[in-house]
Design a protein around this ligand. Sequence first.
Ligand code: HPA
Ligand code: ZN
Length: 349
Amino acid sequence: MCDDSMDQALVKFIEGMPKVELHLHIEGTLEPELMFELAKRNGVALPYKSVDEVRAAYTFANLQEFLDLYYRGMSVLLTERDFYDLTAAYLKKMAAQNVTHVEIFFDPQGHTERGVEFTTALRGIKRALAAAREEFGITSKLIMSFLRHKTEADAFAIFEEAAPHLDMIDGFGLDSSEKPFPPSLFERIYAKARSTGKPLMAHAGEEGPPEYVRQALDLLKVNRIDHGNRSLEDRELVIRLARERMGLTVCPLSNLKLRGIKEMKDHPLKTMLLHQLKATVNSDDPAYFGGYMNENFIAVAEALQLTREEILTLAQNAIEISFLTPEQKGMKTRELEAYVADQGRRSTR
Ligand code: HPA
Ligand code: ZN
């Protein structure tokens, strides 16, 4: 192998592997080029002169610095077509990266507070998801997130707006500034969300302490934890997460860009696998953090020297902790096994 950084065969293996993405904010896929295009189309003024200037602004000391730009970026999303174009661009990239199923978040409060109707965002995103099912065979779930920097009353208000459209929504999440907004603030809206019978998840342990992960489990009764990195500081919690086979949707490039870790080689993903946690690889806000699914897998595999087996465990974990039916999960597992068998045949040829 002449490459001194990473085994190119492993890169190809990752790129070709059928993958499932479970932690993706659709508003975080807004690439600077599209941001400019939509700004022009909608007559929105941007505080940047060029695409390069936008990219240059993307260095963050923490989650809040990123969120400030993330919410500012959203200002160009006004019409149903804008949400369609945003989502379609992401799904086209996922088709090219062999991603076959996605479970994506949207932040309706980030739009309604700007005067954009809940249904404008919802319909645009859903139409693009349906088109990608037709064109690429990509299946999907759409999860609406509550913004934790806003009040409980605000969360109830957006739930009421969503209520007539629950047939178009597959689950509920909690995102935005983690500290100082513990999950306990949202116990009652989660009880209401739970009454729909749909899956629940919450961002916890990204910047917040292990206690926030415990609250997400005990008070919000989530089916999945988004991030969960800081759980590793609490031995009892790690044992519990493993015992309960609780899914963690981990986002390596996000953790690096938001300074949860200093270098990728400090990433806790390998430790999570060693503790038998159901960890997965995801991209979070790829337009802001420098990479989609393949780039996240490759960056973390290289830095932590992950084996093919560990990479497959991550891919299989994503199938297991997805909100697909048992039959669909079985199909995805067989698809992954067929890929591995085919790769084996190629390497012995
Ligand atoms: N963390 C919390 N909230 C978010 C993020 C994130 O990485 N991206 C969009 N909303
Ligand atoms: Zn996130």
